[in-house]
Design a protein around this ligand. Structure first.
Ligand code: GN1
Ligand code: MG
Length: 364
């Protein structure tokens, strides 16, 4: 079996003796690998099969991750932190590479699992959300000295929402799954917001918003926290680190973490944006980026939450129309349920935009 062959390819410490599926990402497949020793307790690694339908240049992607994590390790050590916990430590293969390609072209990577740390699917305690915000802001601050020209663009125009809108329009026209008649309301909702889609990319093109090295997938479950101290330990899922905007990282965090419900909640009456969590995130993010946001960015901060949520809703609906070829789904209408929560959040943010702007003004 390919998993077993992949396990054999990596230079783990100890002897691998057990593996199990792990995590809940929508893109890659993740496994925990247990390794034993004669006298010491076992240790665990994470092994992931990279989704090469989504990431077309796995070599470039791994080069990004290795160079970014090595850069972060040095910074964390210089600040007196623990570089084996503060960022990922990739495990090489037995022939000294960081990517193993199996006989079917499957691409695998591994890293040491960070123990005694948890990730959350929803905000149980507002202070944890504030801490996540600080950590994502700090991550961006740490990478501000990273040579951006060394990064491969793992998914070109990842958060170019104007392009996402064009892709969405094409998916509507293709109607590959034949589901279009079921989603006319959702399609109309998105079409009515076409003008919003170019606001951030236009601001970048005009020089009002700077390009930075950003994470681009700042879901709450992409951060590990210490369950005893509630402090952030490590930021995960570095596949989409690319030149981007601070607004993408801010907006995507609000989309996921400030929601009252899960991304795939079916009962839309349970779905809204929590203003108290929005405020916690603004507060923590401003602390983390440490004065680095420009006026142009501050001006679009509240709007970015709405736009990144609309973008994600648009992507879920496009995939639904395409027949579920991008995101992993667990049942037939999973992408549609996800799309609906996002659009409900967009509507709720529009209703609350004045209050969101006032909160941003308070902390900026
Ligand atoms: C995907 O891999 P995961 O689950 O962290 C997606 C994000 C979406 C997110 C929605 C590479 O993230 O862009 O916001 O699902 N990642 C990619 O939950 O497309
Ligand atoms: Mg993830």
């Amino acid at each position: 079996m390919n998993l077993q062959k992949a396990i054999n390819a990596f230079a783990f410490e100890g002897t691998p003796f057990y593996s199990e599926p792990f995590g809940c990402g929508l893109i890659n497949r993740t496994y925990a690998i247990y390794c034993k020793f004669e006298n010491d307790p076992p240790i665990r690694y994470m092994m992931q099969r990279i989704n090469t339908h989504v990431f077309k240049d796995p070599e470039g992607l791994m080069e990004n991750i290795v160079s970014v994590t090595q850069f972060l390790q040095k910074q964390i050590a210089a600040e007196g932190g623990d570089p084996t916990r503060g960022t990922l430590n990739m495990t090489p293969t037995k022939d000294g590479k960081y990517l193993y390609v199996d006989e079917e072209g499957g691409c695998w990577r591994a890293y040491r699992l960070i123990e005694h740390a948890v990730s959350y699917q929803s905000v149980e305690n507002p202070e944890i959300f504030r801490e996540a915000a600080r950590a994502f802001g700090d991550f961006q601050k740490k990478l501000s000295a990273f040579p951006a020209e060394r990064l491969h663009e793992t998914i070109p125009q990842f958060h170019d929402t104007a392009k996402r809108f064009r892709d969405f329009t094409a998916a509507v026209e293709r109607n590959a799954s034949g589901r279009l008649a079921l989603v006319e309301k959702e399609v109309a909702f998105i079409r009515a917001r076409e003008a919003d889609c170019s606001r951030i990319v236009d601001a970048i093109a005009a020089g009002d918003v700077p390009l930075r090295v950003t994470h681009n997938d700042t879901k709450l479950n992409n951060i590990l926290m210490d369950p005893d101290t509630d402090r952030a330990v490590c930021i995960l899922d570095l596949d989409t680190i690319m030149p981007g905007s601070a607004l993408y990282d801010f907006g995507d965090s609000i989309r996921f973490g400030a929601s009252s419900a899960a991304e795939d909640e079916k009962d839309l009456s349970k779905v809204y944006m929590k203003l108290d969590l929005f405020e916690k995130y603004v507060e923590g993010f401003m602390e983390g980026v440490d004065g680095r946001l420009t006026d142009g960015e501050k001006k679009l901060l509240a709007f970015s939450a709405k736009l990144l949520t609309l973008e994600c809703g648009m992507r879920f609906l496009s995939d639904y129309l395409d027949g579920d070829v991008y995101f992993h789904t667990k049942y037939a209408d999973h992408n549609l349920d996800r799309c609906r929560t996002q659009l409900k959040l967009v509507a709720d943010m529009e209703a609350k935009m004045d209050e969101m702007e006032a909160i941003v003004a308070k902390y900026c």
